[in-house]
Structures are given as C-alpha cells and as structure tokens.
Design a protein around this ligand. Structure first.
Ligand code: DON
Length: 318
C-alpha cells in the first residue's frame, strides 16, 4: 500500500511542526527513568543517564535537533553497518558472503553465534560478524585500515571524526570475550593471520566519537542512497546500501529485532553507549541518544521515541 505523504517537508528547521513534535517527544520521554547505563566497559559507566537528544535529518539536508545533540559519545555497535558496507565495497560479494551470513540469531550481541559446520558468523550485526567484517576492510596495515574507517565515517557524518582513546583503552582492557570470538573466527579461517589486531581494529571502530546530530546525518546518508544530504558527498556506493539496510532491518536490534520491526518498522542499529539510528529509505534518518539501556543493550528512551515517532508520522515500512 502507498505510504501517505509525510509531514516532514517543511523548510525551516528552527521553527516547524516537525521540530515542535520532536520537542514534545523529548519533553515526554525526558521524564522517564528506567534502564541502566552500560558498565561492562568501565569508561561507559561515566555517562550521565539524563543526557538525551533526538536528531532528524531529511534527504534534502534539513536537520532538526533537540536536547543534548552536541554531547559526544562512542558509536559502539552502530559502527557495524558502516563497516559491513566497507567490507562489501572492498571485496566481491561472494567473498563477503563466504565469511558472514545474513540470518538473524535472536541472540545477544556478544553471543558466539557461528554456524556449526563452517564457523561463519550468522550476520554482521553481532560481534562475531562485525569482527569478521573489520577483517575484510582493505588496507596494507591496521593503521591504514583504521584511517579508511575514520575517513568513511567522517564522510557519513560530514565532519572529521576521531577515536575516543579513553573508551578504546577501557574496552581493550576488558574485551576478552571479543578476543575469544576473534580466535574462534581464526580457527575457522574466517579471519586470516593473527586475530588480535583485527579485534583491536573492531575496538577502535566502536570507540569512534560522535554526537546525536552526527548519527542523524549518518542515518540520512543511508536514507539518501549513500550520499550525505548535508555535504552532497558520497560515503558508500549506492549499490551496497540495500544490503546494509537489510541486515539492519533483520538483525540491527539483536534479540529485539523482530519486535522492533513489528512495532517501529524501520531498519535500525543500536549501540551500548546509548545511540540508536533508524533509517526510512528515501524519507529520513533519525538519531537518538540516551545512555540507559534495557537488558538487551538497546537504549530504553531510544526505543520509546522511535515507537512514538513512527506511529505519529505513520512511518512503518509495511
Ligand atoms: O563489542 C562490544 O562489546 C562493544 N564495543 C559494542 C557493543 C554494542 O554496542 C552492542 N550494542 N548494543
């Protein structure tokens, strides 16, 4: 059935019905106090549970932001779809599919969900698949691979992004489960050579510092077939965007992916620092930032905001 035309077409992001609605949404959910800030990476425990921002960006480059939209936080698992897109660009599709599947697991993000016969991670949104994808990013050395990741993420965001060294070293000190996953992947020849530097690259991609405005623009770049709608620069070849959005749609919210798609109806990706980005292809990108998480590692306010927002504007894809 045809989607009703969106209200999101007004042209003044400082004063508009869209901005008014976002302010109202922010006000309503700012009251909420549920969820817990992530502590398994000690540096993340320093986040203020009251930080809360929403940013909506349209494919014609209008940016609507409310709340703490300039507060920096680490991108964490929201890095995974972007790095998967890079793996698709840097390899043939069959090379990527031989190493990373596309089936949702219904398991937690850090589950060791490998296919029993091949050791192939089931999808690129869980840690195992994301570490495999980091191993597929082209570059002669780990520092050139990291630079390519930073350059690409900066194209998505439209400004230069950097690694938060404090969060990186905190995760590097505590990330033994991810190292174990790296060794499992090496055992099955899903990654080549020593897995330790690849897991380290994954820690660094997770520690890239963004704000909610960046997330909204990055989401809108995916909504706009890979072209950043604010800068006009391409961040990913258009032919790969549908694959990135497909795995976000089926696997982006982990063991909540089914209910998310059922209720909110948009491809999305969450991170344990409290970010969520959601994409409505051709229509909009949205970033939400609120650190308290539910037991699945998804931002509690982020889910509520997207649920209300999708319903209010009738955005469900189906
Ligand atoms: O692998 C980890 O533990 C983190 N660096 C990323 C996890 C994450 O964001 C999971 N998502 N909700």
């Amino acid at each position: 059935c045809a989607r009703p035309s969106l209200m999101i077409s007004d042209n003044d992001p400082r004063s508009s019905p869209v901005l008014d609605y976002l302010k109202q949404l922010h006000h309503t959910h700012a009251e909420f106090t549920g969820g817990e800030v992530a502590t398994y990476i000690p540096e993340l425990a320093k986040a203020d549970p009251n930080w809360f921002a929403i940013c909506l960006v349209t494919p014609d480059g209008q940016v609507y932001e409310v709340g703490d939209s300039k507060q920096q936080f680490t991108i964490q698992s929201i890095s995974k779809p972007f790095v998967y897109g890079m793996a698709l660009e840097d390899n043939t599709r069959s090379e990527v599919l031989a190493k990373i599947g596309m089936e949702p697991t219904g398991d937690a993000f850090n589950a060791i969900s490998l296919e029993s016969d091949t050791g192939r991670p089931r999808n690129p949104m869980i840690n195992a698949g994301a570490i495999a994808a980091a191993g597929l990013v082209a570059g002669k050395s780990m520092s050139t691979r990291l630079q390519r990741i930073l350059d690409t993420f900066s194209l998505y965001a439209g400004r230069e992004l950097t690694v938060d060294e404090g969060v990186y070293s905190s995760e590097s000190t505590t990330g033994h489960r991810n190292r174990a996953i790296g060794h499992m992947l090496r055992n099955f020849d899903i990654v080549d050579g020593d897995p330790t530097p690849i897991v380290d690259l994954y820690f660094k991609q997770c520690s890239i510092s963004v704000n909610c405005r960046d997330l909204g623009i990055m989401a809108a770049t995916l909504a706009n077939h890979g072209v950043n709608p604010v800068t006009g620069k391409r961040a990913i070849r258009g032919e790969y965007v549908e694959s990135v959005l497909s795995v976000m749609g089926s696997c982006g919210m982990y063991d909540y992916a089914g209910e998310w798609l059922y209720r909110v109806g948009m491809p999305a990706k969450s991170g344990v620092a409290g970010g969520i980005m959601a994409v409505l292809p051709g229509q909009l990108g949205i970033g939400i930032f609120s650190p308290p998480l539910d037991e699945r590692g998804n931002s509690v306010r982020g889910i509520k905001v997207c649920d209300d927002f999708s319903r209010h504007f009738n955005l469900h894809l189906f």
